[in-house]
Write a protein that binds this ligand. Structure first.
Ligand code: FHN
Length: 484
């Protein structure tokens, strides 16, 4: 057995020669804290696979498993927690939950229909729950009997999802929960020798399952890990570091976020030197960064539920349910700060996407059909956040997209650009023959300012394309500033 460091050096060597992944030649070390299991790299990954990840804009998350059969209820009682956590509920008899798979006969499941709907919504990638915290595997894992094979449905669901989505040109990432309530060796903490021994089996099991997934499904683009916060897992810095490298060696280009391992001091996401552990920051769950500073120059994704906090199917959504406009705004906001926005779906126990979600896919898709370029292959524009909405910038053309959500009563949008930047062209993305009247209202060392006059208040988020002049632009604003 190679020690983790030797294994890593060998791995880097192999990567340099056999893949286009620009992975670091050595463990990133800072002078402050010496780490053997910290970040592998400083700065962004620049290989083709990661460049592809970076331009997705919109993704789809799907949480599906046996919890969908119960739909957040048991014996007539309503469970107010997230439906996929039902097994942890005091009122839920564990044996009943663990036998739910015997009813898992997903008669309405149609991976092709799911993938076509996702495509129509504008999703460029998707993340699928191969196994959630309950431990039920939607693929025929040879390392446990608690899998789809034992259900009445029997067929490999993960394969169908990967094949159908890949056919639509949508990249697939595998959600995998480290927490596994079904495995006898799984523990949250390791207090006794017996627990430590049991956990060794669990570690081997987890490593085997992950390698199995990559071997069975080579089209997998990455893992989206979850449930890594238990003290037992956090203490496995050496093991998880080696495992990550092994997985990357099986599938060069594999993308893994910051939710997989901790460093030797138990720091997650960011190591003890503050450096990101993983290819992108995975800490934005049901929340968004406020400003670009919050993302510290890293790649990141935001995963979002439609209701407050339901990932798996819950038949009764309570509380606020997000509208398509809110979700489009979150997507624009994410892209404007260089992140991907991933919207969650929870199909029911038979495999149907619920009507509320279908309606949203249609509305978001209709918007994306027209305004796609504002969020796909676009990113942070380097401009201030504006009161009326968000600005993204095309990675292809360098054009700016003004994604307008809040229109003032006078329909005049105040646009603030960098010093020396001017408006060359301004037109409606939906119809490039529609232009807008503008007025230059400021020009100084802090930047240039304009009013953009809309003729009417749009009923949907409106995208205006901005082409800018170079820095030689001469200002029409000639006035003396009052001394104050
Ligand atoms: O506990 C899970 C939850 O059920 C869901 O899967 C989300 C998705 O990001 N992750 C965990 C909470 O962080």
């Amino acid at each position: 057995m190679l020690c983790p460091n030797l294994f890593f050096l060998l791995y880097c060597y192999l990567l340099l020669f056999f893949s286009d992944v620009q992975f670091p030649g050595a463990i990133a070390q800072r002078s402050s804290v010496y780490l053997e299991h910290g970040a592998h790299r400083l700065g962004k990954r620049r290989d083709a696979a990661m460049e592809q990840w970076r331009i997705y804009g919109l993704g789809q998350f799907i949480h599906w498993g046996v919890y969908a059969i119960a739909g957040g209820h048991w014996n007539g009682k309503y469970y107010s927690g997230a439906a996929e956590w039902l097994r942890s509920w005091n009122e839920m008899p564990k044996a009943d939950y663990d036998n739910l798979y015997k009813q898992f006969d997903a008669k309405n499941f149609n991976a092709t229909a799911w993938s076509k709907q996702a495509k129509a919504m504008g999703a460029r990638y998707m993340i699928f729950t191969t196994k959630h915290h309950d431990g039920f595997c939607l693929w025929p894992s040879k390392y446990t009997d608690y899998t789809i094979t034992a259900s009445p449905y029997k067929k490999d669901i993960v394969k169908q999802v990967i094949d159908a989505y890949s056919k639509e040109g949508i990249d697939v990432y595998l959600y995998f929960s480290i927490i596994d309530w079904n495995h006898p060796g799984y523990r949250t903490s390791l207090k006794t020798e017996a627990e430590k021994k049991a956990y060794e089996d669990f570690k081997t099991f987890t490593a085997n399952q992950l390698k199995e997934l990559l071997t069975l499904y080579p089209k997998t683009k990455g893992f989206w890990f979850d449930g890594i916060w238990d003290a037992a897992w956090v203490q496995q810095a050496g093991f998880t570091d080696s495992l990550e490298m092994e997985l990357r060696a099986v599938n060069p280009g594999l993308i893994i976020g910051s939710r997989f391992r901790a460093d030797e001091y138990g720091r997650r996401h960011f190591d003890s030197n503050g450096d990101l552990m993983g290819d992108y920051e995975q800490g934005w769950e049901r929340k968004l960064p406020k400003t670009i500073e919050d993302v510290h120059g890293n790649d990141w994704d935001c995963v979002m539920t439609v209701p407050e906090n339901q990932w798996g199917y819950h038949s009764e959504w309570k509380g606020h349910v997000k509208s398509s406009v809110e979700l489009i705004e979150m997507m624009a906001r994410s892209v404007s700060m260089g992140g991907n926005f991933v919207l969650n779906f929870g199909p029911d126990g038979k495999g149907a996407i619920r009507p509320e979600e279908t309606k949203l896919t249609k509305e978001i898709g209709d918007w994306a059909q027209v305004n796609n370029e504002a969020v796909y292959n676009a990113g942070y524009a380097g401009l201030d956040k504006q009161d009326w909405g968000y600005i993204t910038k095309s990675r292809k053309t360098g054009n700016y997209y003004l994604v307008v959500f809040n229109v003032p009563v006078n329909k005049a949008l105040r646009l603030k650009l960098l010093p020396g930047m001017g408006i060359k062209k301004l037109y409606d993305l939906e119809n490039s023959s529609i232009s807008f009247d503008t007025e230059e209202i400021a020009k100084d060392a802090k930047g240039s300012g304009y009013f953009i006059y809309l003729k009417e208040t749009p009923s949907q988020p409106k995208v205006i394309v901005l082409e800018t002049t170079d820095k030689e632009n001469k200002s029409a604003v000639e006035y003396q500033k009052a001394k104050t």
